[in-house]
Design a protein around this ligand. Structure first.
Ligand SMILES: *[C@@H]1O[C@H](CO)[C@@H](O)[C@H](O)[C@H]1NC(C)=O
Ligand SMILES: *[C@@H]1O[C@H](CO)[C@@H](O)[C@H](O)[C@H]1NC(C)=O
Ligand SMILES: [Zn+2]
Length: 434
């Protein structure tokens, strides 16, 4: 890959011998706005970047009432034995490609009651997923009927990550995007100034009721720069410490799985077949196929009754800062661990500003004009206004930054265990404009 080659040139040979090659951040993962062609299959348009807009569907769109589709005709039906079967055909003979697609299908299958049946030919039955390697990644919402040779899902070469394939299969099972939920304004901020005016239709609310709480880690959530015209954030988490969770393509989240199991009646049928012995599950937990409670992150116990943490992973480092202090990357002056993420929300007292003075700063340097690996974003306007991003030795010792008002937000991403990171002193100064 081009990225790896660049990295080889970039890293000096000394370091290289000691270092397993890092996986470069997948800048384009989930950027359907960039990856996908302008027009979808059969000449149909895309909505939200990767959903093939089906005019047959348009009329019922307004009455959608859940995170997923409620139009039962669009859900994959049960067979005579009461089992939901989704037949699929992988329209590509490359074994590596087939493995990558199968990994995501197994991921869905293992976590739900949906049975995916692999077909040997593309003609029968009429209703099946026809997984093609066309340009980009896209899918219809739910089951579409009457398409001879099945309903296409494209898993292009750029889209072979587990979470991306799982996302497209999620659409085919009936899921919309997470940020199209009616309650999304309680959780995300949409920066319309960073979105081209004719693309704002991609941020519509499409569903009005929800069976599981909003989930920043949903595999169906957009990344934070989708449809950005200027490289700035288009979606921001209202809880700024959660910004880094948006657009995760690591795999299905607990709530994704639970929602699918609600939509397809899996929980009902498991609970039923467990009979009187079905456990009662608390805190969003539900009865799984083996008649035990499946518990969300941050809970444990037979009935998910013990709360041990939050639904989202704890911050590795950083947090709120309300006193003068020194902040550093973890292990400073030794290097931080790979894939370290820290955020600091520095809040000065009333009528004061934040002053951040660096004593040292050293990260992996900029490549082809962007900080692709390590980076520090300094939001001088506070948590919800994008700031400037620095890497390499771009901040000098003694250099200071001041907040515009009383808040400053720092977002550090350390990709590789190589450079020492930074150390900076936080102080509060009088705001002359206050
Ligand atoms: C039930 O299945 C889950 C995974 O789905 C597993 O973690 C758990 O150990 C199983 N419980 C029993 C009692 O087999
Ligand atoms: C940080 O401060 C904000 C605003 O004062 C508050 O809403 C939030 O709960 C705090 N977060 C943490 C992790 O302490
Ligand atoms: Zn999508």
């Amino acid at each position: 890959m081009g990225m790896i080659k660049c990295l080889l040139i970039f890293l000096n040979s000394q370091v290289l011998t000691a270092l397993a090659l890092p996986k470069p951040p997948a800048d384009l993962e989930g950027r359907y706005d960039i990856l996908n062609p302008d027009v979808g299959p059969y000449g149909l348009p895309f909505i939200e970047g990767d959903i093939v807009f089906d005019p047959l569907y348009q009329t019922i769109e307004d009455v959608e009432t859940r995170k997923g589709t409620t139009n039962t005709e669009r859900l994959w039906p049960k067979n005579k034995r009461g089992i939901v079967v989704v037949p699929f055909y992988i329209n590509d003979q490359d074994l590596d490609y087939q493995d990558r697609v199968m990994a995501a299908i197994r991921h869905w299958r293992e976590n739900t009651c949906i049975v995916f049946k692999k077909l040997k030919s593309a003609d029968k039955p009429i209703n099946h997923l026809n997984i093609v390697r066309e340009s980009g990644c896209w899918s219809f919402i739910g089951r579409n009927y009457g398409q001879s040779s099945g309903q296409k899902i494209s898993i292009g070469n750029e889209c072979l990550g587990l979470g991306t394939v799982a996302h497209e299969v999620g659409h085919a099972l009936g899921f919309y995007h997470e940020q199209s939920r009616s309650d999304r304004d309680d959780y995300v901020i949409i920066n319309f100034e960073n979105i081209e005016s004719d693309k704002t239709g991609n941020f519509k609310i499409r569903t009005t009721l929800t069976d599981v709480p909003y989930d920043y880690t949903s595999v169906m959530h957009y990344g934070s720069k989708i449809f950005s015209i200027n490289g700035e954030f288009t979606l921001m988490a209202k809880d700024p410490f959660r910004q880094g969770l948006l657009g995760s393509r690591k795999g299905l989240s607990f709530r994704d799985i639970k929602m699918a199991n609600i939509m397809y009646g899996c929980i009902d049928s498991w609970t039923g077949s467990c009979g009187l012995s079905a456990p009662v599950c608390h805190n969003e937990g539900y009865v799984d196929k083996n008649c035990t409670c499946r518990c969300p992150p941050g809970t444990s116990g037979d009935q998910c009754q013990e709360v041990t943490g939050g639904y989202y992973p704890d911050l590795e480092c950083g947090g709120n800062v309300t006193e003068p202090t020194v902040i550093t990357t973890p292990n400073y002056p030794n290097t931080f661990l790979p894939e370290t993420q820290c955020m600091w929300w520095i809040q000065a007292p009333f009528c004061m500003k934040v002053k951040l003075t660096f004593s040292s700063f050293k990260l992996i340097k900029r490549m082809s004009s962007s900080c692709r690996f390590d980076k520090l974003e300094i939001r001088e306007g506070g948590p919800f206004v994008s700031g400037h991003t620095y890497c390499g030795s771009e901040i000098e010792s003694g250099q200071a930054f001041e907040s515009i008002q009383s808040e400053m937000f720092l977002w550090f991403n350390g990709a590789v265990e190589m450079e020492p990171g930074f150390s900076a002193h936080v102080s509060f100064i009088n705001d002359p404009d206050c």
